[in-house]
Design a protein around this ligand. Structure first.
Ligand code: FAD
Ligand code: EPU
Length: 337
């Protein structure tokens, strides 16, 4: 356990926003966690994993708890499946690589997503046709007010598109200490989404494997998403909006090339990146921050921008998309005030 006072969080968030935390406490065991929770003001507490889905607006009063709960173990297996438990502080991509190395299938499409295992259920991370909920068995979480351990099933997490109960009704009430995934010993390849098939062709792959799919996903991601080590960002800043079919149809009538996918009988999902791009924001730069030139859904900090700069830009984009297309975008990134 380490405890730093009045320390910069710049290295602890992928946006690279330079705010200070009054206390920054690194937690390496649940024992340390329960002890720390008993000692601090729980009203002024922020849990942090890799800091890859947060935008810091101000210095943080109170305690930032850095989740460093490590460990990967097999808790059960049968002929077809393996149940793998990972500590909440395990790096997500390292976990994916570990599973691929063991030939455990199911999360290869989620390669190269930054952050921690413990944050994966928070917004039900997803990419290339797979979401956490598809491979999730259960998680353990410590209730912050009591220090008690509770287990949550898939249904109890109330997963949705970039949503879970931990972002809604139970917001701020639990620290996710471990997650158990149900993975496949015999893979089912998910290659229909986006450019995976084309990339596999480019790679001259004829025999599919989870290793090849992971590499294809990594290649696609690296071709359009900025590397946070080089350019500050938190991935998609907004969610893809789900709108009534009538609105999607009127946009498609005017712009036949607009991306729209059916959700249910009444609604369609639009690509926020397309809307923001079409509205002319892609690549716009305001000194040291702006909209990424290759992916309009990603706001970037070129160095030295404040959380307020990025937030104000996102507010302008929200208003412009509403006025141009009648669509209300919603921020995906967690705004920390
Ligand atoms: P943090 O940013 O540290 O925290 C996020 C939120 O969860 C905060 O509210 C925090 O308080 C809370 N939290 C964190 N850990 C815990 C815990 N153990 N218990 C309780 N609460 C916790 N996301 C996708 O879904 N798909 C993508 O394809 C994707 N691509 C990305 C690409 C880039 C380049 C970047 C920078 C981000 C991308 N993201 C994507 C977003 C991000 O990687 C995920 O949201 C990730 O799960 C965040 O993990 P983290 O550990 O960094 O969370
Ligand atoms: N598009 C544009 N211009 C742009 C960006 C996108 O026209 O500047 C169009 C694309 O051509 C495509 C469509 O919009 O037709 C969708 O784009 P893309 O495939 O890049 O995916 P996305 O919808 O922008 C989502 C997730 C990503 C995830 C990818 C792959 C959300 C909010 N974002 O992006 O997740 O990696 O699909 O599955 O759902 C994240 O959550 O941080 C994230 C990066």
């Amino acid at each position: 356990m380490s405890n730093l006072q009045n320390t910069s969080l710049k290295a602890y968030n992928t946006f690279g926003i330079d705010v200070a935390a009054e206390h920054l406490v690194s937690i390496e065991s649940t024992g340390e966690l329960v002890k720390t929770l008993a000692e601090i003001s729980q009203k002024e507490l922020l849990i942090l994993g890799g800091g890859s889905n947060v935008l810091f607006m101000n210095d943080i009063k109170g305690t930032v708890l850095l989740n460093k709960l490590e460990g990967i173990s097999v808790v059960d297996e049968n002929e077809g499946h393996v149940w793998v438990k990972a500590g909440g502080g395990v790096n997500w991509h390292e976990f994916v690589l570990h599973c691929i190395h063991q030939n455990w299938a199911g999360i290869e499409n989620l390669s190269l997503i930054p952050g921690s295992v413990g944050a994966a259920p928070m917004q039900n991370i997803g990419a290339y046709g797979v979401e956490t909920k598809d491979v999730f068995h259960e998680l353990e979480a410590i209730e912050i007010s009591t220090g008690k351990l509770k287990t949550f099933s898939n249904a109890e997490c109330q997963f949705g598109y970039r949503e879970s109960v931990f972002k809604q009704a139970l917001k701020g009430q639990y620290l996710i200490s471990s997650v158990t995934f149900k993975l496949d010993k015999k893979p089912t390849f998910k290659t229909s989404y986006g450019a995976i098939t084309t990339e596999l062709e480019n790679m001259k792959v004829t025999d599919f494997s989870i290793q090849a799919i992971s590499k294809a996903v990594i290649n696609i991601r690296q071709s359009k998403l900025p590397d946070p080590k080089v350019t500050g960002n938190a991935g998609s800043f907004f969610k893809n909006p789900v709108v009534p079919i009538s609105l999607a149809e009127s946009i498609k009538k005017e712009y036949p090339e607009a991306s729209a996918y059916p959700v249910d009988d009444n609604s369609m999902k639009l690509a926020a990146g397309w809307l923001i791009d079409k509205a002319g924001w892609k690549g716009k730069t305001y000194g040291n921050y702006g909209v990424h030139p290759k992916q309009a859904l990603v706001l970037v900090n070129y160095g030295g921008a404040t959380g307020q700069n990025i937030y104000d830009l996102s507010t302008e984009i929200l208003a412009d998309i509403k006025s141009k297309f009648g669509v209300e975008l919603e921020r995906e990134v967690n705004i920390v005030r």
